[in-house]
Design a protein around this ligand. Structure first.
Ligand SMILES: [Fe+2]
Ligand SMILES: [Fe+2]
Length: 190
């Protein structure tokens, strides 16, 4: 199954070699983090390989199978559509109905409050896979082998800082998720 998924995603992203390297970087990184925490490697693998599957579809293609509620919710932040569209593609192409796998794809861009371990691993691996060209990537990977929640908070901070650096406003969901993980790591939420 994983081999078939690799073939499918390689075909889909064949004109985007950099993105394909990123996807395989996320996959390899996510597997290592999952193994370190004794998590389900198969679930993490499927989510990693499909997380950016719909990245280069047009917005029209991305939203074509989405619920109206989701389309409206992310109207101001259409970058999220590729994530929801990726989850639909995995379900459609391989019959995957495991909501944990699909949620890890759906919420990989900003993360969200109260993520499962699978979701955390994909969110972190997307942030620190080896093709990411920033200094902290290696450090984040090492941190992820030890503590997922602290690493999630760290990656969320990087994401928010990046948005601000680009002179955009972080979304409310993004900020709420970050605040949630700060509270988790202060021991205020169990
Ligand atoms: Fe993405
Ligand atoms: Fe990605």
């Amino acid at each position: 199954m994983i081999e078939d998924i690799k073939i499918k995603v390689s075909e889909k992203l064949k004109d985007h070699p950099k993105r394909l390297r990123h996807v395989f970087g996320v996959y390899e990184t996510a597997v290592k983090i999952a193994e370190a925490h004794h998590l389900d490697v198969l679930k993490v693998s499927m989510a990693a390989l499909y997380h950016d599957y719909a990245k280069y579809d047009t917005i029209e293609q991305q939203v074509s199978h989405l619920e109206i509620k989701i389309i409206k919710e992310f109207m101001e932040t259409p970058v999220i559509y590729h994530a929801f569209a990726g989850a639909i593609a995995l379900e459609h192409d391989f019959g995957i109905k495991d909501q944990d796998v699909l949620n890890a794809i759906r919420y990989h861009v900003w993360g969200r409050k109260n993520m499962s371990d699978t979701e955390k691993v994909i969110f972190i691996a997307d942030c620190c896979e080896p093709n990411r060209e920033f200094e902290d990537a290696k450090k984040i990977f090492q941190m992820a082998l030890v503590n997922l929640d602290q690493t999630v908070e760290y990656c969320m901070k990087i994401g928010i800082d990046h948005v601000i650096y680009q002179k955009f406003q972080p979304s409310r969901d993004q900020l709420e998720a970050y605040e949630y993980y700060m509270e988790v790591n202060r021991g205020e939420i169990k």
